[in-house]
Design a protein around this ligand. Structure first.
Ligand code: FAD
Ligand code: NAP
Ligand code: SF4
Length: 672
């Protein structure tokens, strides 16, 4: 057994979990409407079948005031119980266990009914909450207990009380948000009463054999957050109140330190849980950026925690646990922590899915069934679109030939993986390489497919996944040798000077800027360097774990430019864009919008911002001005009378990302 600690059973006294994997709570959007519960049940059942020890649902509000948003998930009324039985039955039929998360949003509620300990608006929501009266506090505690009882009626094995990430309970605990002077605020003891009463009364109501996980904010990462001593005091009280497991929460949503994005080092916060191990005796769950079995095993073997929580990695691969148990870690479709199809969707009120696994949360709709007619199919281009398509086609039983003009698979992901903080992208390429082998896809690497070859080979279907070509910028002087495309820069075969202007501030412009200012290897591979850069106090001596950030000096002086007025980076992804902007700001990159480009000459790049002309004294200009579809082959094949399917960048280059490329490739393959 390669991961003995990961697969050691965990005895909870009244139940034994088969392994140390907790599927952490993750809102999917399927919780919000009873009519989606069949889909929710299928989603959880697939993960239970995959062998997860214990799962936690997305958050359910215990009352209307606790809603995350109007009409969002809630469990408080008798008629709301029945749909949940679909979920619990489906999970139990697969031998799994599941807890319902109770989440009261407090001042993070995106609606006018929001309440909080004190009338203080959060920096990330537009609604000022109403301060709960003392009776209102009692009613809220009763609502938590009622919700737990309803969860029990619905067949859940337990509940998770959401006490972290800056939601209502966390708001009671911290001076930042609790300015009360009654029995629920003022002294530490009174601030901590709210969660302690919830857990105590919940245990009394639910009986002994019901799992109560308490998600404890172990590191608030906001000014006015809790000190470590306060958190330890609370942990002990929660243990005494009757919690079964303590889960780790890191950072409030309003914190300006990233906690789960891909540039956070793997297991980047396990050291916090380790410190708590000495303080309590109930099992502790650690979390954040744990995505592969060796990482989980290392934490458990070191005794830093008793369980590991993973949410997104189980969206990416429902069979994660089964594969790890069978020592097939190399077969895992690894979560790259991009947030693009999961958290970003949730924040945009769309159903969650996964960039590397578009079936996630669509289990009943995107079905990969054996093909009724087996065909010979050519896929041209081994970027994300072509890889997803070729592997899914082969999975269905088709005979697939994959053409790739370069010597390796991966397309633009080969550039993405070189960006500091995007090291996880290697994993996706490792996964696809493995799948191609296992499924017997014929790989014609180093082969530029031509129309005549494709026509003569007599394929039943031809899929073109030929991607994109970088757009040239039409600026006088752009033919000079010091004007480079991002492709030259990221391939590492061009000389880049000490002062650089980047033309185009989309996702690629930002990535190239990070590539140019960061030293390799990046801080994302080293917890000590990373925490220093972001100002996280690993001694836990500072309140809320915050100290002054100490970013390393930039490697180059960089200007990042766009024509659109306003600050660059506004169109970056919702949950990750701010991290890219903050990273570049810390590296003193000048970001300018509303720029017109006049010319490039020996003095540098001549630009105009509004009425003011200026010369940026740069040695190198890098063009990141977007891309055009590469579909010359489609036109040639059409002229030869051969119908083709276009996917990924070859189909539409605008707003292309790997999420669309992989989803489109998978969906087409499921239909052929
Ligand atoms: P491509 O990846 O361009 O692949 C096309 C493939 O077709 C290439 O390998 C090419 O060699 C091959 N090909 C072309 N013509 C032929 C032919 N005639 N015969 C054989 N082979 C041929 N996206 C995200 O979602 N998230 C990110 O964080 C992200 N970061 C990025 C960072 C960088 C630096 C870059 C450059 C891109 C990033 N992207 C990101 C974008 C993402 O990589 C692309 O959206 C994705 O690769 C597009 O996939 P595709 O398969 O359509 O095309
Ligand atoms: P992009 O996001 O479309 O950005 C292109 C940039 O070039 C814009 O800043 C645009 O701004 C500028 N531009 C466009 N035409 C120009 C021209 N003719 N001359 C000068 N400037 C021009 O494209 P991208 O950065 O190449 O990224 C491609 C795709 O990869 C994106 O759609 C993105 O989704 C994906 N990607 C995602 C991530 C991620 O982290 N999620 C990271 C990298 C890439 P102005 O028009 O204002 O000048
Ligand atoms: Fe992980 Fe990205 Fe998938 Fe979310 S979308 S589960 S972060 S790979």
């Amino acid at each position: 057994m390669r991961y003995p600690n990961l697969f050691a059973p965990l005895d909870l006294g009244f139940a034994t979990l088969p392994n140390r994997v907790l599927m952490g709570s993750m809102h999917t959007g399927l919780e919000d409407r009873a009519r989606d519960f069949d889909k929710l049940a299928a989603y959880f059942a697939e993960r239970a079948r995959g062998g997860v020890g214990l799962m936690v649902t997305g958050g359910f509000a215990p009352n209307l005031e606790g809603w995350l948003a109007p009409f969002a998930s809630r469990l408080s009324m008798p008629w709301q119980v029945a749909p949940h039985r679909k979920v619990t039955r489906a999970v139990h039929a697969e031998g799994g266990r599941i807890c319902l998360q109770i989440l009261h949003a407090g001042r993070y509620g995106y609606h006018p009914l929001a309440v909080a300990p004190s009338k203080l608006k959060s920096p990330i929501t537009p609604f000022t909450p109403r301060a709960l009266s003392a009776r209102g506090v009692e009613r809220t505690i009763a609502a938590f207990v009622n919700c737990a009882r309803k969860a029990q009626d619905a067949g859940y094995d337990g509940v998770e009380v959401m006490g972290s990430e800056g939601y209502l309970i966390n708001q009671f605990l911290a001076e930042r948000t609790n300015r009360r002077e009654d029995d629920w605020g003022g002294t530490l003891d009174k601030r901590q009463r709210f969660p302690v009463e919830i857990v105590k009364r919940m245990r009394a109501a639910a009986g002994r054999d019901f799992i109560i996980i308490y998600r404890l904010s172990m590191l608030d990462l906001v000014d006015g957050g809790q000190s470590w001593d306060e958190i330890v005091t609370l942990a002990k009280k929660i243990e005494a109140a009757g919690a079964t497991l303590l889960n780790t929460g890191i950072g409030w949503h309003e914190a300006r330190v990233p906690t789960i994005v891909t540039s956070v080092p793997r297991a980047g916060f396990a050291w916090v849980t380790r410190r708590m191990k000495a303080e309590v005796s109930i099992p502790l769950v650690t979390t954040n950026r744990i995505n592969m079995p060796d990482v989980a095993e290392r934490i458990l073997a070191a005794g830093d925690a008793d369980m590991v929580s993973m949410a997104r990695p189980l969206l990416a691969d429902p069979d994660w646990v089964r594969k790890a148990r069978a020592d097939r870690a190399a077969d895992i479709n690894t979560c790259i922590a991009c947030n693009q199809a999961c958290l970003d969707h949730v924040f945009e009120n769309k159903r969650a899915s996964c960039l590397v696994n578009p079936r996630a949360c669509h289990e009943t709709e995107l079905v990969i069934a054996p093909a009724s007619v087996k065909k010979r199919i050519a896929v041209v281009g081994a970027g994300p679109a072509g890889l997803a398509c070729a592997t899914t086609l082969a999975e269905r039983g088709h005979a697939v030939t994959l053409f790739e003009q370069s010597a390796t698979i991966g397309g633009q992901f080969n550039m993405a993986k070189r960006i500091p903080g995007k090291e996880e992208f290697h994993e996706t390429l490792r996964y696809y390489a493995r799948r191609l082998e296992q499924l017997g896809v014929e790989q014609r690497l180093g082969t530029r497919a031509t129309a005549s070859e494709l026509r003569d080979a007599g394929f039943d279907e031809v899929v073109l996944a030929t991607g994109v070509t970088p757009r040239a910028a039409r600026i006088p002087g752009s033919e000079r040798v010091n004007v480079l495309s991002y492709v030259d820069v990221l391939a590492g075969n061009a000389n880049v000077g000490a002062r650089v202007a980047i033309i185009g501030a989309g996702g690629i412009g930002f990535d190239v800027a990070e590539f140019l200012v960061e030293d390799a290897p990046s801080p994302s591979t080293d917890v000590a360097r990373w925490t220093r850069e972001w100002g996280v106090d690993t001694t836990l001596g500072a309140r809320a774990g915050l100290v002054k950030p100490a970013p390393e000096a930039p490697r180059r002086r960089v200007w990042l430019l766009q024509r659109t007025p306003g600050k660059p980076g506004k169109r970056l992804n919702k949950t990750t864009g701010w991290v890219h902007r903050a990273t570049l700001a810390a590296k003193r990159v000048t970001m300018l919008g509303g720029v017109s480009y006049e010319r490039i000459d020996e003095a540098g790049l001549h630009i105009r911002v509004g009425d003011a002309a200026q010369v940026l004294p740069v040695d190198t200009v890098v063009i990141c001005a977007g891309q055009e579809p590469n579909r010359a082959l489609a036109d040639e094949l059409a002229a030869a009378g051969l119908a083709t399917h276009l996917i990924g960048g070859a189909d539409v280059a605008a707003e292309l990302d790997a999420k669309r490329a992989i989803a489109q490739g998978t969906r087409l393959a499921a239909s052929l």
